[in-house]
Design a protein around this ligand. Structure first.
Ligand code: CA
Length: 235
């Protein structure tokens, strides 16, 4: 591997490798600079195919991915592929309609920032996504804890401040699914597919109805946020 030498010697801290796929050289440089400052090894690609190649070769911890890229593979395509392979992705979007697509297409992006963005903000999000994905890859514990609430999948039981709360089995499944993806925004469609099953036919408001029940039963102890026009995030 040909690694950029100066950085290897200049950096003691090794926060891991991040692949940045961005065709605008100014933005790429800025992102590169800030990530390196934080101890990341940064590999740059200016189109989607090269980005995919770098990911395959270097197995990065995370990919920062521009939506609008030249060539056959745009950011949406690559994001889908990376999500399938379990690589965390932060999307860089230029316009509101791109944001809508990022959120609406359920590409599996872990987060996004809209240009122009502050590089500090991006780096903070990189750390946040890495923290979350580190949690997600820990050996799965049968009990998830969200604040005062415990979701015990082994016993199929939810406890609030150690006191069991009676939930229907669908409410339990919904909560367990949200608890298995802490900090991630899950769309109503995703929740329907993953909790109710892909074959389930029905209205997305079904999810809202069950969320309302969960909120009623678990109250303010449930750190469940409604993301307008998108879905829900727990934790
Ligand atoms: Ca671009």
């Amino acid at each position: 591997m040909n690694e950029p030498g100066p950085d290897r010697s200049a950096r003691v801290a090794d926060a891991g490798t991040v692949v940045v796929v961005e065709d605008d050289p100014h933005i790429a440089d800025l992102v590169d600079l800030y990530l390196r400052r934080d101890g990341f090894r940064v590999l740059l690609a200016t189109d989607g195919d090269r980005g995919a190649e770098l990911v395959t070769q270097h197995d990065p911890r995370l990919v920062v991915l521009d939506v609008g890229l030249p060539g056959a593979t745009d950011g949406f395509d690559l994001c889908r592929r990376l999500h399938r392979d379990g690589v965390p992705v932060i999307m860089l979007t230029a316009r509101d309609d791109e944001v809508d697509r990022v959120l609406g297409l359920e590409l599996g992006a872990d987060d996004y920032v809209t240009k122009p963005f502050s590089p500090r903000e991006l780096v903070a999000r990189v750390h946040a996504v890495l923290r979350r994905s580190a949690h997600a890859t820990l050996p799965s514990s049968p009990t998830a804890r969200i604040g005062d609430i415990e979701v015990d999948t082994a016993r199929h039981e939810v406890r609030r401040a150690s006191v069991p709360v009676a939930l229907t089995s669908r409410e339990f499944d919904l909560l367990a699914h949200l608890a298995a993806h802490p900090g991630l925004v899950l769309s109503r469609r995703q929740l329907l597919d993953e909790v109710w099953g892909a074959g389930w036919v029905g209205d997305e408001r079904t999810v809202d109805v069950h969320v309302r029940q969960l909120r009623k039963k678990l109250g303010d102890d449930l750190p469940l946020t409604t993301i307008r026009n998108v879905g829900y995030r727990l934790g």
